[in-house]
Write a protein that binds this ligand. Structure first.
Ligand code: GLN
Length: 247
């Protein structure tokens, strides 16, 4: 495997960087390096025009409504190229505000803002904001996926869209359906901020494996010693699932 690289585009880190979302990039880079693979990370700033032609994994973090709007305008201009990347099996991870951008539309105040329409869902708003720690179960990860959510948006998936998982603790897409996120082809959208990849190594490796498979036709990853990551995951999952923490 040695010598192989994964080209990661981190979109607009100066705007979309809530609750430690940028730590996901560090996790991806480290998990590649620990295996002798090469992370090639491009930070795409709002003044750059992103190209998705030579990219293996795209990451979009969360942000405020205002920052999200700036990013949305920029990405709409690249919609066809991003759609082609996704149709070609390109790996895309989007968190919260970034996740909302993948759907048909979201609400900023009362204004309906057009999204990228890459996945069949839309986002409206509700009161109160859905805030707190979250745990879900998902086929993407052998452990519960744990993290933190804070969103006013309520995301409504189209009938054919697979959610990322089922909420075990917390709110997820809309606080009522019990579903969280979306997972379509190699696109993962989620409201789970913060330690998403640091505390959920299974998710990180699923994304890296899909990126390597698409680029090199072999997504095999050497196992790593994840004892620290899994201990962190378990402490949080135990706390949320034991009833020790109240919703
Ligand atoms: N602005 C969006 C909302 O509140 C997303 C916020 C976020 O990324 N945490 O719904």
């Amino acid at each position: 495997m040695s010598g192989k690289s994964v080209r990661i585009a981190h979109l607009y880190p100066e705007l979309l960087n809530l609750y430690g979302d940028s730590g996901n990039i560090i996790t991806l880079a480290k998990r590649l390096e620990w295996r002798g693979l090469i992370p090639e990370i491009a930070e795409v700033s709002i003044d750059d025009t992103p190209s998705f032609k030579e990219v293996d994994l795209v990451f979009i973090g969360g942000g405020s409504d205002r920052e999200q709007r700036i990013v949305c305008e920029k990405l709409l201009a690249q919609k066809a190229e991003l759609a082609a990347y996704v149709a070609d099996g390109g790996v895309l991870l989007a968190v919260c505000g970034g996740y909302q951008l993948l759907g048909h539309s979201y609400l900023m105040g009362d204004e309906k803002v057009e999204g990228l329409g890459l996945v069949d869902f839309y986002t409206d708003r509700g009161d109160p904001r859905l805030i707190g720690n979250i745990a879900i179960e998902s086929d993407l990860s052998p452990q519960p996926i744990v993290g933190y959510e804070n969103h006013g948006g309520r995301t409504h998936l189209g009938a054919g869209v697979r959610p990322l998982g089922r909420v075990l603790f917390g709110h997820g897409n809309d606080g009522t359906t019990g579903y969280e996120g979306c997972w379509q082809d190699n696109v993962v959208g989620t409201y789970i901020h913060g330690p998403l990849l640091p505390k959920n190594p299974g998710v990180a490796d699923a994304l890296l494996s899909a990126a390597l498979e698409r680029r090199y036709g072999d997504g095999t990853l050497e196992p790593l010693d994840d004892s620290v990551e899994l201990a962190a995951n378990q402490v949080m999952a135990d706390r949320l699932l034991s009833g020790e923490e109240k919703e």
